[in-house]
Ligand binder design. Structure first.
Ligand SMILES: [Zn+2]
Length: 306
């Protein structure tokens, strides 16, 4: 494809203006389907053709991106290049995961959280739940106005006052980034990162409830906590399924705003609010500034002070 789109710069970029590694650094995705892409340069009749290309097609997606036309001719694809491309895709996906690890947890408890994360990653029932939520997330990502309302609810319910960016304008930038990144997370080849986001949200929900259980839980919190407690106490997948069925089959739980909802809806609302709050807290602009400095761009405030 002719142009890519940088999630960090929020602009279309020309492949001739970026280095190979920039697609990872600046999270350059397909402008159409928001999947990760990589830069290709080919020598053609004394000049070089630069373009972006998708990674291997995600077979579980039934729709085809319209921009998936400039794929590399099959003759040049050999096993080595597929291997190295998978490796590059992994590195691309790591950028988001590192931002979340770095922003959500401090050194003191990261080891314990990572252990829980890997344990959850191995649970097949957890993967099933997430794939189910992916369908909802794709609908949310496609409806910006509705998503904005959900972001506002999340800000109100889940963000602490010191995490609220200090102006409507700054918060708007955070929402825009969260929106862009959510669209990328639900795309075919990046859904591994959606799995990662929900995994972390799941753990945070459990830990918050565990902490609160020492003081006292509301009805809806208690319903969630007893399910999650059973879920994390065992490694037996059948017992985990049972714990979930107990929660999701419950009707008429008094929710956080006083209305009566099902256990299934309750769990869905909470897990998405945790996931959204993680997206809304990432210091995107700071990270971008650091990336630009690392690439040799000078901070204008430094040059003024010189
Ligand atoms: Zn695409």
């Amino acid at each position: 494809m002719k142009y890519g789109y940088s999630l960090f710069i929020q602009e279309h970029v020309d492949p001739k203006d970026v280095d190979y590694d920039d697609t990872r650094l600046f999270q350059i995705v397909c402008p159409e389907c928001k999947e990760p892409i990589f830069k290709v340069s080919r020598d053609l009749h004394e000049k070089t053709a630069n373009y972006f290309s998708h990674y291997r097609k995600d077979e579980t997606l039934n729709h085809q991106c319209e921009l998936r036309v400039n794929s590399i001719p099959s003759s040049t694809v050999n096993e080595v290049s597929i291997k190295s491309r998978n490796q590059k895709l992994r590195l691309f996906l790591r950028v988001f995961q590192d931002m979340v690890w770095g922003n959500e947890f401090d050194e003191a408890n990261i080891k314990r959280i990572k252990q829980r994360h890997y344990e959850l990653q191995r649970s097949s029932i957890f993967s099933e739940i997430v794939v189910y939520f992916l369908k909802y997330a794709r609908d949310f990502a496609a409806d910006k106005q509705h998503l904005w309302e959900m972001f506002d609810e999340t800000i109100q319910n889940k963000l602490k006052s010191n995490e609220i960016y200090n102006s409507v304008f700054a918060m708007g930038i955070q929402k825009q980034y969260a929106y862009e990144f959510l669209n990328y997370l639900v795309a075919g080849n990046s859904k591994k990162n959606f799995l990662f986001l929900l995994n972390i949200a799941f753990i945070q929900l459990y830990h918050d409830l565990k902490r609160k259980s020492k003081i006292g839980l509301l009805d809806w919190e208690d319903a969630l906590y007893s399910c999650l407690e059973k879920f994390f106490r065992t490694k037996n997948e059948n017992k985990r399924i049972k714990a979930f069925q107990e929660l999701t089959s419950q009707q008429g739980i008094s929710g956080s705003t006083g209305e009566y909802i099902s256990g299934y809806i309750l769990f869905g609302i909470q897990i998405f609010q945790y996931a959204f709050s993680i997206l809304l807290r990432i210091p995107y602009l700071e990270i971008l500034q650091k990336k630009l400095q690392d690439r040799g761009f000078r901070d204008p405030s430094i040059s003024l002070a010189d």
